[in-house]
Design a protein around this ligand. Structure first.
Ligand code: B12
Ligand code: SF4
Ligand code: SF4
Length: 399
């Protein structure tokens, strides 16, 4: 192992001081050697199809595990964690017909905050080197953020696949600076989840396998962010989440124990931001979308995706008072994706008015996919009604 110079040690100490002053909750340093274990784990995950919605491939695995692919000559990786858990759920009382937004997305977009911290550290390092010797990373390029954070000892990778930082739990955002400078590296932690498996048990879709791998296709967070249809068989499992999902982390003992370590900037912009009214969200148009969601982590997929998510959530809320909004969406939403999910939701509710709205729309609908969705929604009730009628006849003839 290379002997650490005083310069590398001093620079590491300055990195820690600047990062903490800039707002990092925790900071640690890893060496920048390529990570073969991560490359193999990623390749295996992609071969299983866990990340098909992300179109990750072997080239992604190779560069994500190799800091030098981001910055030739990379020698160190500065890893920061910014805690974001606030106690907002305790003071927000959701109104009827409200959806759920994950706590990572209900405030300002975290990328800006993490990048601000990193930019201050990078500026100090660049000035020390007398040239540009850094590259900032936060979701911006292929990079195994959790691998290097774990190698730096910022925390350990839990069975829910998130990095758990000892004092902060897993509700922390990560960001890194890859640098050509030699900095004194920290040691990885020896902690692990042990026999706990609460996150695995609580996950409604079975996305977590228990070996720190995830089938992202099943994860509600992924389902709410994809741009095509949410697979019909998974929709009932999404509940009323309309962006992201916190269930596995809310169940995680070290995360619960850490409490609310995020500052006020991570509190929801408004109660409605954390628990949006679903019928109103179903009517969301691009102009309002920009005003409400630009600058949050919910702002990158567009209004139609949020309207689709509102339809799924209403199909799970099973509240008949949502039928007029869903009928309006089925008849008038400009996006077939949304009309198809509204049809599904009306079929789930299945009240006389919901079925009437489906029947009324059926002949006028021009999109094949939506027509099929209306047919499927009506058919589920026809089957149910027939089965119910047969059962009733059988019971009455038996008595
Ligand atoms: C794609 C992506 C998603 C996908 C896939 C998630 C996933 N688990 O991979 C989806 C949309 C599902 C998602 C969801 C969420 N995400 Co996301 N996501 C990413 C992104 C952009 C890429 C992740 C990736 O490459 N995955 C591919 C897998 C195969 O690789 P990997 O997970 O990075 O690394 C593996 C190796 O490191 C391996 N490994 C290597 N060596 C070793 C050794 C041992 C012993 C073990 C056990 C493991 C191990 O274990 C890791 C897990 O398998 C990252 C940013 C980034 N560039 O890293 C953010 C990121 C992972 N997401 C983040 C967040 C906040 C979330 C959500 C919490 C948001 C929410 N509330 O809805 C959820 C959490 C869901 C969950 N249980 O994972 C944070 C996580 C912070 C943290 N504390 O870990 C990140 C790091 C963004 C950031 N900069 O802060 N996300
Ligand atoms: S975020 Fe939700 S759906 Fe995804 S793994 Fe965790 S509990 Fe499961
Ligand atoms: S819930 Fe338990 S098993 Fe899952 S990540 Fe947290 S400590 Fe690990």
């Amino acid at each position: 192992m290379q002997a650490m110079t005083t310069e590398a040690r001093d620079l590491a100490a300055r990195v820690r001081a600047v990062a903490q002053q800039a707002g990092a909750s925790a900071v640690a340093i890893a060496d920048a050697a390529a990570d073969g274990v991560t490359q193999a784990r990623m390749r295996a995950a992609f071969a299983r199809g866990d990340f098909t919605t992300w179109r990750y491939d072997d080239a992604y695995a190779a560069s994500a595990a190799e800091p030098a692919s981001i910055l030739p000559g990379a020698r160190s990786v500065v890893c920061v964690a910014v805690a974001y858990a606030t106690n907002a759920r305790s003071y927000i009382r959701p109104m009827p017909l409200a959806g759920r937004v994950s706590n990572y997305a209900w405030s300002q977009d975290y990328h800006r905050r993490v990048r601000d911290v990193l930019a201050q550290v990078a500026a100090m390092l660049d000035a020390s080197a007398g040239e540009c010797a850094t590259r900032i990373v936060c979701d911006t390029m292929p990079f195994a953020e959790r691998t290097f954070a774990a190698r730096a000892g910022l925390g350990w990778i839990g069975k829910h696949t998130n990095l758990i930082a000892p004092k902060f739990g897993s509700f922390v955002f990560l960001g890194e600076i890859v640098t050509t400078l030699q900095l004194e590296a920290d040691a990885p932690l020896t902690k692990s989840c042990g026999s706990c498996a609460r996150c695995v048990d609580v996950c409604p879709t079975g996305a977590l396998r228990g070996d720190a791998t995830i089938d992202a296709r099943l994860c509600i967070s992924d389902l709410t962010q994809r741009t095509d249809a949410v697979p019909a068989e998974l929709r009932p499992l999404v509940g009323t989440w309309i962006w992201g999902c916190d269930l596995c982390q809310e169940a995680c003992p070290p995360t619960r124990l850490a409490g609310f370590t995020g500052d006020d900037a991570f509190a929801p912009r408004s109660d409605d931001q954390a628990h949006p009214n679903l019928p109103a969200l179903l009517r969301l148009r691009s102009s309002t979308f920009k005003r409400r969601f630009r600058g949050t982590a919910m702002g990158w997929r567009g209004a139609a995706v949020l309207r689709r998510n509102a339809a799924v959530a209403l199909g799970n809320a099973l509240d008949r008072s949502a039928v007029p909004a869903l009928a309006e969406s089925l008849a008038a939403d400009p996006h077939p994706l949304v009309r198809g999910h509204a049809a599904w939701a009306l079929g789930r509710i299945g009240s006389p008015r919901a079925l009437a709205a489906l029947r009324e729309r059926q002949p006028a609908e021009s999109d094949d996919g939506v027509r099929r969705a209306i047919g499927a929604a009506l058919k589920s009730w026809e089957t149910f009604t027939c089965a119910g009628a047969l059962e009733a006849r059988r019971t009455s003839s038996a008595t």
